[in-house]
Design a protein around this ligand. Structure first.
Ligand SMILES: [Fe+2]
Length: 353
Protein backbone atom coordinates (compact mmCIF):
# COMPACT_ATOMS: atom_id res chain seq x y z
CA UNK A 1 0.00 0.00 0.00
CA UNK A 2 2.82 2.44 0.81
CA UNK A 3 4.14 2.05 -2.73
CA UNK A 4 0.85 3.51 -3.98
CA UNK A 5 1.81 6.78 -2.30
CA UNK A 6 5.44 6.71 -3.45
CA UNK A 7 4.67 7.76 -7.03
CA UNK A 8 3.74 11.46 -7.16
CA UNK A 9 0.52 12.27 -8.92
CA UNK A 10 0.86 13.96 -12.29
CA UNK A 11 -1.14 14.29 -15.51
CA UNK A 12 1.25 11.80 -17.10
CA UNK A 13 0.64 9.25 -14.33
CA UNK A 14 -3.10 9.69 -14.61
CA UNK A 15 -2.89 9.12 -18.36
CA UNK A 16 -0.80 6.01 -17.80
CA UNK A 17 -3.36 4.63 -15.31
CA UNK A 18 -6.07 5.19 -17.85
CA UNK A 19 -4.14 3.36 -20.57
CA UNK A 20 -3.36 0.49 -18.19
CA UNK A 21 -7.04 0.12 -17.27
CA UNK A 22 -8.14 0.25 -20.90
CA UNK A 23 -5.83 -2.68 -21.61
CA UNK A 24 -6.74 -4.77 -18.52
CA UNK A 25 -3.38 -4.00 -16.95
CA UNK A 26 -2.31 -2.50 -13.65
CA UNK A 27 0.79 -0.95 -12.10
CA UNK A 28 2.29 -2.56 -9.02
CA UNK A 29 2.40 0.94 -7.43
CA UNK A 30 -1.39 1.28 -7.72
CA UNK A 31 -3.53 0.49 -4.70
CA UNK A 32 -5.88 -2.47 -4.75
CA UNK A 33 -8.70 -3.77 -2.64
CA UNK A 34 -7.56 -5.96 0.25
CA UNK A 35 -9.57 -8.99 1.38
CA UNK A 36 -11.74 -8.31 4.44
CA UNK A 37 -10.29 -9.36 7.78
CA UNK A 38 -12.28 -12.26 9.11
CA UNK A 39 -13.90 -11.68 12.51
CA UNK A 40 -13.50 -13.80 15.59
CA UNK A 41 -17.05 -14.92 16.29
CA UNK A 42 -19.33 -17.09 18.43
CA UNK A 43 -22.48 -18.74 17.15
CA UNK A 44 -24.80 -19.63 20.04
CA UNK A 45 -26.19 -23.14 19.95
CA UNK A 46 -29.60 -21.89 21.11
CA UNK A 47 -29.90 -19.75 17.94
CA UNK A 48 -28.43 -22.42 15.64
CA UNK A 49 -30.70 -25.10 17.05
CA UNK A 50 -33.93 -23.10 16.95
CA UNK A 51 -33.27 -22.08 13.32
CA UNK A 52 -32.40 -25.68 12.46
CA UNK A 53 -35.61 -27.02 14.04
CA UNK A 54 -37.59 -24.34 12.21
CA UNK A 55 -35.93 -25.42 8.96
CA UNK A 56 -37.16 -28.92 9.76
CA UNK A 57 -40.69 -27.57 9.52
CA UNK A 58 -40.36 -25.44 6.40
CA UNK A 59 -37.61 -27.11 4.30
CA UNK A 60 -38.35 -30.57 2.93
CA UNK A 61 -35.55 -33.05 2.37
CA UNK A 62 -35.21 -35.81 -0.17
CA UNK A 63 -36.15 -36.93 -3.61
CA UNK A 64 -39.16 -34.76 -4.33
CA UNK A 65 -39.10 -31.79 -6.64
CA UNK A 66 -39.49 -29.01 -4.09
CA UNK A 67 -37.07 -30.51 -1.55
CA UNK A 68 -33.53 -29.52 -0.63
CA UNK A 69 -30.73 -32.04 -1.20
CA UNK A 70 -29.38 -31.18 2.25
CA UNK A 71 -30.98 -29.34 5.19
CA UNK A 72 -28.18 -27.42 6.87
CA UNK A 73 -27.86 -24.14 8.73
CA UNK A 74 -24.54 -22.57 7.79
CA UNK A 75 -22.24 -20.60 10.09
CA UNK A 76 -21.43 -17.29 8.38
CA UNK A 77 -18.56 -15.01 9.29
CA UNK A 78 -19.94 -11.44 9.46
CA UNK A 79 -16.95 -10.13 7.45
CA UNK A 80 -17.81 -12.27 4.40
CA UNK A 81 -21.57 -12.61 4.38
CA UNK A 82 -21.53 -12.26 0.58
CA UNK A 83 -19.70 -15.62 0.42
CA UNK A 84 -22.00 -17.20 3.09
CA UNK A 85 -18.82 -18.73 4.45
CA UNK A 86 -17.46 -19.55 7.91
CA UNK A 87 -13.86 -19.00 6.80
CA UNK A 88 -11.95 -18.59 3.56
CA UNK A 89 -11.18 -22.30 3.39
CA UNK A 90 -13.59 -24.31 5.55
CA UNK A 91 -17.37 -24.24 5.89
CA UNK A 92 -19.05 -25.47 9.06
CA UNK A 93 -22.79 -26.06 8.93
CA UNK A 94 -25.26 -27.95 11.08
CA UNK A 95 -27.41 -30.60 9.45
CA UNK A 96 -30.75 -32.05 10.53
CA UNK A 97 -32.10 -35.40 9.30
CA UNK A 98 -35.48 -36.21 10.80
CA UNK A 99 -36.80 -39.76 11.44
CA UNK A 100 -37.35 -41.62 8.17
CA UNK A 101 -35.52 -39.02 6.09
CA UNK A 102 -32.69 -39.65 3.67
CA UNK A 103 -30.16 -37.19 2.34
CA UNK A 104 -29.59 -38.63 -1.11
CA UNK A 105 -26.38 -39.97 -2.52
CA UNK A 106 -23.91 -37.71 -4.29
CA UNK A 107 -20.22 -36.94 -4.43
CA UNK A 108 -18.18 -33.78 -4.81
CA UNK A 109 -14.59 -32.66 -5.08
CA UNK A 110 -14.85 -30.83 -1.75
CA UNK A 111 -13.78 -33.08 1.13
CA UNK A 112 -16.31 -33.40 3.94
CA UNK A 113 -16.67 -34.73 7.44
CA UNK A 114 -19.42 -35.06 10.04
CA UNK A 115 -19.22 -34.68 13.81
CA UNK A 116 -22.36 -35.97 15.49
CA UNK A 117 -24.04 -33.69 18.04
CA UNK A 118 -27.38 -35.38 18.66
CA UNK A 119 -28.92 -38.75 17.80
CA UNK A 120 -29.81 -42.20 19.10
CA UNK A 121 -27.07 -44.02 17.18
CA UNK A 122 -29.34 -45.69 14.62
CA UNK A 123 -28.68 -43.21 11.79
CA UNK A 124 -25.76 -43.69 9.48
CA UNK A 125 -23.73 -42.25 6.66
CA UNK A 126 -23.00 -44.62 3.80
CA UNK A 127 -19.57 -43.80 2.40
CA UNK A 128 -18.57 -45.76 -0.70
CA UNK A 129 -20.91 -48.58 0.32
CA UNK A 130 -19.77 -48.67 3.96
CA UNK A 131 -22.33 -48.16 6.71
CA UNK A 132 -20.96 -45.79 9.35
CA UNK A 133 -23.26 -45.50 12.36
CA UNK A 134 -23.51 -42.02 13.83
CA UNK A 135 -23.52 -41.85 17.61
CA UNK A 136 -23.04 -38.52 19.40
CA UNK A 137 -19.35 -37.54 19.34
CA UNK A 138 -18.45 -39.79 16.40
CA UNK A 139 -16.43 -38.32 13.54
CA UNK A 140 -17.15 -39.65 10.04
CA UNK A 141 -14.92 -38.79 7.07
CA UNK A 142 -16.28 -38.52 3.54
CA UNK A 143 -13.15 -37.69 1.55
CA UNK A 144 -13.35 -35.83 -1.73
CA UNK A 145 -15.11 -37.58 -4.61
CA UNK A 146 -16.49 -40.40 -2.40
CA UNK A 147 -20.17 -41.33 -2.78
CA UNK A 148 -22.13 -40.61 0.38
CA UNK A 149 -25.73 -40.58 1.58
CA UNK A 150 -27.28 -40.28 5.01
CA UNK A 151 -30.29 -42.12 6.43
CA UNK A 152 -32.18 -41.86 9.70
CA UNK A 153 -34.20 -45.05 10.30
CA UNK A 154 -34.79 -44.21 13.99
CA UNK A 155 -37.41 -42.35 15.98
CA UNK A 156 -35.31 -39.30 16.88
CA UNK A 157 -33.67 -36.46 14.97
CA UNK A 158 -30.01 -36.68 14.05
CA UNK A 159 -28.03 -33.44 14.17
CA UNK A 160 -24.40 -33.17 13.15
CA UNK A 161 -21.73 -30.69 12.16
CA UNK A 162 -21.05 -30.72 8.44
CA UNK A 163 -17.56 -29.52 7.58
CA UNK A 164 -16.31 -29.06 4.02
CA UNK A 165 -13.28 -27.50 2.36
CA UNK A 166 -15.68 -26.12 -0.27
CA UNK A 167 -14.41 -22.53 -0.18
CA UNK A 168 -10.86 -23.67 -0.86
CA UNK A 169 -12.07 -25.90 -3.71
CA UNK A 170 -14.12 -23.01 -5.12
CA UNK A 171 -11.22 -20.57 -4.82
CA UNK A 172 -9.03 -22.97 -6.77
CA UNK A 173 -11.75 -23.44 -9.42
CA UNK A 174 -11.69 -27.15 -8.63
CA UNK A 175 -15.33 -27.77 -7.65
CA UNK A 176 -17.14 -30.71 -9.18
CA UNK A 177 -20.40 -32.37 -8.14
CA UNK A 178 -22.25 -35.45 -9.29
CA UNK A 179 -25.54 -37.01 -8.20
CA UNK A 180 -25.70 -40.79 -7.88
CA UNK A 181 -27.45 -42.12 -10.95
CA UNK A 182 -28.87 -45.35 -9.58
CA UNK A 183 -31.37 -44.21 -7.00
CA UNK A 184 -31.39 -42.22 -3.77
CA UNK A 185 -28.87 -44.45 -1.96
CA UNK A 186 -25.96 -46.77 -2.63
CA UNK A 187 -26.27 -50.41 -1.58
CA UNK A 188 -24.56 -51.22 1.72
CA UNK A 189 -21.62 -53.49 0.85
CA UNK A 190 -19.56 -53.14 4.04
CA UNK A 191 -20.93 -53.20 7.57
CA UNK A 192 -20.15 -50.82 10.44
CA UNK A 193 -16.53 -51.24 11.60
CA UNK A 194 -15.10 -52.26 8.22
CA UNK A 195 -12.77 -49.24 7.99
CA UNK A 196 -11.28 -49.83 11.44
CA UNK A 197 -10.74 -53.52 10.70
CA UNK A 198 -8.99 -52.75 7.43
CA UNK A 199 -7.20 -49.49 8.19
CA UNK A 200 -6.66 -49.67 11.97
CA UNK A 201 -3.31 -50.34 13.60
CA UNK A 202 -3.68 -54.11 13.07
CA UNK A 203 -4.54 -54.37 9.38
CA UNK A 204 -3.93 -56.31 6.22
CA UNK A 205 -0.36 -55.72 5.11
CA UNK A 206 -1.37 -54.75 1.61
CA UNK A 207 -2.88 -51.46 2.81
CA UNK A 208 -1.35 -48.59 0.84
CA UNK A 209 0.06 -45.56 2.57
CA UNK A 210 -0.36 -42.22 0.90
CA UNK A 211 -1.85 -39.11 2.43
CA UNK A 212 -5.07 -39.25 0.44
CA UNK A 213 -7.95 -39.15 2.90
CA UNK A 214 -9.87 -42.39 3.40
CA UNK A 215 -13.43 -43.16 4.42
CA UNK A 216 -13.08 -43.61 8.17
CA UNK A 217 -14.99 -43.21 11.41
CA UNK A 218 -13.56 -42.37 14.82
CA UNK A 219 -15.80 -43.50 17.69
CA UNK A 220 -16.43 -41.07 20.53
CA UNK A 221 -15.85 -43.70 23.24
CA UNK A 222 -12.23 -44.11 22.01
CA UNK A 223 -11.71 -40.36 21.72
CA UNK A 224 -13.09 -39.59 25.17
CA UNK A 225 -10.99 -42.34 26.77
CA UNK A 226 -7.83 -40.97 25.14
CA UNK A 227 -8.61 -37.44 26.32
CA UNK A 228 -9.57 -38.25 29.88
CA UNK A 229 -6.67 -40.71 30.37
CA UNK A 230 -4.19 -38.02 29.34
CA UNK A 231 -5.89 -35.41 31.49
CA UNK A 232 -5.82 -37.78 34.49
CA UNK A 233 -2.09 -38.33 33.87
CA UNK A 234 -1.54 -34.55 33.96
CA UNK A 235 -0.39 -34.41 30.32
CA UNK A 236 -1.66 -30.89 29.71
CA UNK A 237 0.25 -28.40 27.55
CA UNK A 238 0.42 -24.77 28.77
CA UNK A 239 -0.77 -23.45 25.37
CA UNK A 240 -3.26 -26.13 24.35
CA UNK A 241 -4.38 -28.12 27.39
CA UNK A 242 -4.80 -31.74 26.32
CA UNK A 243 -4.87 -31.54 22.53
CA UNK A 244 -5.29 -34.63 20.36
CA UNK A 245 -5.39 -35.01 16.62
CA UNK A 246 -7.60 -37.42 14.70
CA UNK A 247 -4.69 -38.96 12.83
CA UNK A 248 -4.87 -40.30 9.30
CA UNK A 249 -5.31 -44.04 9.92
CA UNK A 250 -2.39 -45.06 7.69
CA UNK A 251 0.12 -42.21 7.68
CA UNK A 252 -0.43 -40.89 11.22
CA UNK A 253 -0.46 -37.39 9.67
CA UNK A 254 -3.26 -34.86 9.23
CA UNK A 255 -6.83 -36.17 9.17
CA UNK A 256 -7.29 -35.02 5.58
CA UNK A 257 -4.93 -33.12 3.24
CA UNK A 258 -7.06 -29.97 3.60
CA UNK A 259 -8.69 -30.29 7.04
CA UNK A 260 -7.16 -31.25 10.36
CA UNK A 261 -9.58 -32.48 13.03
CA UNK A 262 -8.60 -32.03 16.65
CA UNK A 263 -10.18 -32.55 20.05
CA UNK A 264 -9.08 -30.66 23.11
CA UNK A 265 -9.66 -30.68 26.85
CA UNK A 266 -9.04 -27.63 29.02
CA UNK A 267 -8.86 -28.70 32.66
CA UNK A 268 -11.09 -26.94 35.22
CA UNK A 269 -9.98 -23.42 36.12
CA UNK A 270 -7.11 -23.41 33.59
CA UNK A 271 -6.19 -20.48 31.33
CA UNK A 272 -3.88 -21.41 28.47
CA UNK A 273 -0.96 -19.28 27.28
CA UNK A 274 -1.50 -17.02 24.21
CA UNK A 275 -0.47 -18.12 20.72
CA UNK A 276 -1.20 -17.34 17.08
CA UNK A 277 -0.89 -19.17 13.76
CA UNK A 278 -1.40 -18.52 10.07
CA UNK A 279 -4.01 -21.30 10.08
CA UNK A 280 -7.59 -20.57 11.11
CA UNK A 281 -9.76 -22.82 13.25
CA UNK A 282 -13.47 -23.39 13.84
CA UNK A 283 -14.42 -24.84 17.23
CA UNK A 284 -17.47 -26.66 18.54
CA UNK A 285 -17.80 -26.95 22.31
CA UNK A 286 -18.74 -30.52 23.18
CA UNK A 287 -19.14 -29.81 26.86
CA UNK A 288 -18.16 -27.17 29.40
CA UNK A 289 -18.01 -23.40 29.46
CA UNK A 290 -15.36 -20.74 29.16
CA UNK A 291 -13.84 -17.81 27.31
CA UNK A 292 -11.63 -17.39 24.30
CA UNK A 293 -9.64 -14.17 24.43
CA UNK A 294 -8.87 -13.37 20.79
CA UNK A 295 -7.60 -10.44 18.70
CA UNK A 296 -4.99 -9.43 16.14
CA UNK A 297 -2.90 -7.58 18.75
CA UNK A 298 -1.40 -9.50 21.64
CA UNK A 299 -2.64 -7.01 24.22
CA UNK A 300 -5.92 -5.86 22.66
CA UNK A 301 -8.33 -8.75 22.54
CA UNK A 302 -12.01 -9.50 22.95
CA UNK A 303 -13.41 -12.17 25.22
CA UNK A 304 -15.73 -14.56 23.44
CA UNK A 305 -17.74 -16.49 26.01
CA UNK A 306 -19.09 -19.91 25.16
CA UNK A 307 -21.04 -22.81 26.61
CA UNK A 308 -21.94 -26.33 25.59
CA UNK A 309 -22.48 -26.84 21.83
CA UNK A 310 -21.69 -23.23 20.88
CA UNK A 311 -19.37 -22.80 17.90
CA UNK A 312 -16.66 -20.17 17.56
CA UNK A 313 -13.97 -19.06 15.13
CA UNK A 314 -10.37 -17.94 15.59
CA UNK A 315 -9.06 -16.27 12.40
CA UNK A 316 -5.55 -16.55 11.04
CA UNK A 317 -2.81 -14.65 12.86
CA UNK A 318 -5.04 -13.66 15.77
CA UNK A 319 -3.66 -14.15 19.25
CA UNK A 320 -5.87 -16.39 21.35
CA UNK A 321 -6.02 -18.20 24.64
CA UNK A 322 -8.70 -20.26 26.36
CA UNK A 323 -10.06 -20.04 29.90
CA UNK A 324 -12.13 -22.80 31.38
CA UNK A 325 -14.34 -20.79 33.74
CA UNK A 326 -15.58 -23.85 35.61
CA UNK A 327 -13.67 -24.82 38.76
CA UNK A 328 -14.88 -28.40 38.62
CA UNK A 329 -15.65 -29.58 35.06
CA UNK A 330 -13.32 -29.89 32.06
CA UNK A 331 -14.17 -28.04 28.85
CA UNK A 332 -13.97 -30.25 25.74
CA UNK A 333 -13.90 -28.88 22.19
CA UNK A 334 -13.85 -30.40 18.73
CA UNK A 335 -12.10 -28.27 16.11
CA UNK A 336 -11.32 -28.17 12.41
CA UNK A 337 -8.35 -26.30 11.01
CA UNK A 338 -6.86 -25.54 7.60
CA UNK A 339 -3.39 -26.00 9.07
CA UNK A 340 -2.57 -29.00 6.79
CA UNK A 341 -3.01 -26.68 3.79
CA UNK A 342 -0.75 -23.98 5.22
CA UNK A 343 1.86 -26.57 6.20
CA UNK A 344 1.89 -28.32 2.84
CA UNK A 345 2.32 -24.98 1.02
CA UNK A 346 5.11 -23.77 3.29
CA UNK A 347 2.88 -20.97 4.64
CA UNK A 348 2.43 -22.14 8.22
CA UNK A 349 3.86 -19.80 10.84
CA UNK A 350 3.20 -19.55 14.55
CA UNK A 351 4.17 -17.57 17.63
CA UNK A 352 3.71 -18.51 21.23
CA UNK A 353 3.49 -15.98 24.03
FE1 LIG B 1 -22.17 -34.10 0.29
Amino acid sequence: MSEAHAVPESPELEALHQRLAENSLGGHWQSRERPAKLKPWVWRWSAIYSCLMESGEVVKLGGIDDAAKRRTVQLVNPAITHFKATSRTIQMSIQLVKPGERAECHRHSAAALRFVVEGDGTGYTNVEGEEMLMEPGDLVLTPNWTWHDHFNPGKNNIVWLDVLDSHLANYLDASFHENYGEGPAQPIMKREGYCRQNLGVVRPRKAKTDNRALPYTYKWSDTLNALTDRAAAGQSDPHDGVLLEYAHPLTGGATMPTIGCWVQLIPPGVTTQPQRHTSSTIYHVIRGEGLTSVGDKENVRDDLSWGAKDCFFVPSWNWYQFSNTSRKDPAIMFSVTDRPVLESLGLFREERG
